[in-house]
Design a protein around this ligand. Sequence first.
Ligand code: PMP
Length: 406
Amino acid sequence: MNFDIKKIRKDFPALHQEIYGKPLVYLDNAATTLKPQVVIDSITNYYSTINSNVHRGVHYLSQQATEEFENTRENIRKYINARNTHEIIFTKGTTESINLMAYSFGKKFLSQGDEVIISELEHHANIVPWQMICEEKRAKLKVIPINNNGELILEKFKDLITKKTKIVSVSHISNALGTVNPIKAIIDIAHQHDIPVMIDGAQGIVHEKIDVQELDCDFYCFSSHKMYGPMGVGILFGKEEYLEEMPPYQTGGEMIKTVTFEKTTFNELPFKFETGTPNVADVIGFGSAIDYIKKIGIENIIRYEEELLKYATQMLCGIQGLRIYGEAKKKAGVISFLLKDIHPYDAGIIIDKLSIAVRTGQHCAQPVMDRFGIPGTIRASFAFYNTKEEVDKLVEAILKVQEMFN
Ligand code: PMP
């Protein structure tokens, strides 16, 4: 299909509002993306008609709810090319997926003296859960450093691996700098030592085509709300052989097979990891978001976004006194920058008043900011509904900020 940007923008109602009397320019897509009307309709439809719980009732609506819920699981399985639907676990989001991993995988496979490897580029969600479980198990957290361009240093990664390394958990794309990490190489290196790899794909799956079998990653997680779907839903993909071995993360209804006061036996995958009433409406909404992405075509999205990022990088590089943080050879979706002598927060406030939504601060990645010795950055992050005209407006806004501070 042709990539018709005008038509695409019509699909996103939130794009067509004015903020402070001017059309919104939304460049905070790494935080969350806007939702197309089909996703909003799908959630409304669920509550207007089906509105039933899953896996429980024999009544018509409950069966419909279960069917749509499980169809979405299959839709996601296909989208990332997992082998089985029971390798697809619904969570609240990436953060919960990583907590599930740290707690459950950690409980089963980590002991005193073992090691977990993450990287300096991680979002706090892929640091703190591992730090906590390592503390509890008296295991060691090791960190792959980055170079001045914001790229992982693979040679250092190789040096960190020992016989005690039990898991590697790294992001696919950095939300703070936009670096696309060489995850295939990381997975291959780790597998040479029989170490499983978890990929935090919160940003990765938005800007790249994911095939978990081709990647051969052992775990991959992501959030619906960064993929044009609703908030409150995420996925943990895990290889069956690991998930089978891992204990439940939370307990209660749904995740059980039998319960007596003496003993409880657990349900099969994926339900062993899905306790309580799930977020049915938003899971179904997420299914609509995946359908929407498929309709546009991830290849078209990637091509368009690459072009837009290239243009934005060129335009921003042309501004005197602006420094971009994160100059990796392979980048996606994000430009993080600072303006000389201007605090990112001050710049953010003025940019906001010009109706442009960017994010300022540490982007939940304090170690990255510490690495560069900065308090934070201004981050413009792009989606396929953004345009070069919007980039031009950002440039104008930055010039205005500089004018006001000089
Ligand atoms: N990892 C990365 C790379 C992210 O960008 C984010 C969200 N900014 C998360 C993890 C956490 O995702 P969520 O808040 O949806 O759980």
